[in-house]
Design a binder for this molecule. Structure first.
Ligand code: FES
Ligand code: FE2
Length: 348
């Protein structure tokens, strides 16, 4: 089940800059493109004539022309031309979706268009004022979007799955302090590891000693996004209020369900440390993507084990505290939407 009344990232602006993009979102086939008037469009990718994918057609000034028998649609989804006939019936249309372009992303509203408020799109990046270098990437996962969110809300896995890259020792991880609380838009946690061993890949890059304080501030915004603010400073400096001069990142993680068991995981990272490096150095975050590929492999294998298995038979452990809260918030949001939709359909 999906929350429909929410903004999801449909694509990066780059993905649709010069081509039509066919993408399934929440089980719906959608075509995204920029029309001849330079407006971004999102239409149902299924022609109302015989069901051909509009993504196999051609972009026009106001929309798209189906590549099968040539019906043309504008960006609202209304048919504006039918070859060989002058009358265009009212039912000659395809669904169109509200969009907002913000930052690197094209956000799409999958629910009731009346409820789509552009002000609800997540404000990212939050660091525009200081202009940290930024880059984004996307992984297409054969795993549920919920599992991706659960993975992000559970940092205990860093000591095991990411042992050789960003992980801390098992002891440091077990001693981490954890503060979890609800917020108006979801929930958040602050995890701090004091006097921990610096991860191997930090020692090559940051001017900290072997012992560091590491913090992870994760803000879950239901149903699909997490704002992360993480860093590391010399041991003892965190409680003295130091937050700058070493490892420092702000990342927006946002997950868009494709189907119940597949999703698009977009991550967009701003690097505070890079501001000390020579300007103009291209940012690629290859190492970040490599770390997330370790998650991808685990999540896809986990999904295979959970297919046709009742998750009620799984168990929670102490380190699941944030993950469990996150699931509670997501379920409440789903329930609220079902109740609202139910009430709406009773009234009509
Ligand atoms: S299927 Fe699109 S015009 Fe016939
Ligand atoms: Fe991970």
């Amino acid at each position: 089940m999906f929350v429909r009344n929410a903004w999801y990232v449909a694509a990066t602006k780059n993905e649709i800059a010069d081509q039509m993009l066919a993408r399934t979102i929440l089980n719906e086939p959608i075509v995204l493109f920029v029309n001849g008037n330079q407006e971004i469009c999102a239409l149902e990718d299924r022609c109302c004539h015989r069901g051909a994918p509009l993504s196999l057609g051609n972009i026009t000034e106001t929309g798209v022309r189906c590549g099968y028998h040539g019906m043309a649609f504008d960006r609202s989804g209304k048919c504006v031309e039918i070859p060989g006939q002058t009358t265009i019936p009212a039912r000659a249309k395809v669904k169109s979706y509200p969009l907002v372009v913000k930052g690197d992303y094209v956000w799409i509203w999958m629910g009731d268009p009346e409820k789509a408020d552009p002000a609800d799109v997540i404000d990212y990046p939050p660091d525009d004022q200081v202009n940290w270098p930024r880059a984004n990437d996307m992984l297409h996962l054969k795993a549920s979007y919920v599992m991706v969110l659960e993975n992000l809300m559970d940092l205990s896995h860093l000591s095991y799955l990411h042992r050789t890259s960003i992980g801390s020792s098992e002891t440091d991880s077990a001693n981490a302090s954890m503060d979890v609380k609800r917020t108006p838009t979801g929930m958040k946690f602050l995890r701090v590891m004091r006097n921990a061993d610096a991860p191997k890949n930090w020692l090559k890059r940051y001017p900290t000693g072997n012992k560091v304080d590491r913090w992870s501030d994760f803000d879950y915004i239901a149903p699909n996004s997490i704002k992360q603010f993480s860093g590391g400073v010399n041991a003892g400096d965190y409680d003295a209020g130091v937050r700058d001069g070493s490892h420092l990142v702000r990342t927006l993680h946002t997950v868009t369900p494709e189907t119940e068991k597949t999703c698009f995981y977009f991550f967009n990272k701003a690097d505070g440390y890079a501001k000390f490096e020579a300007p103009g150095k291209p940012r690629t975050w290859a190492s970040t993507s490599d770390v997330f590929k370790e998650d991808q492999h685990m999540l896809e294998q986990q999904q295979l084990r959970l297919n046709n298995f009742d998750v009620k038979n799984l168990m929670d452990i102490n380190t699941d505290v944030a993950r469990v809260q996150m699931i509670r918030v997501l379920k409440e949001r789903l329930q609220l939407e079902q109740e609202t939709t139910g009430q709406a359909s009773q009234k009509t």
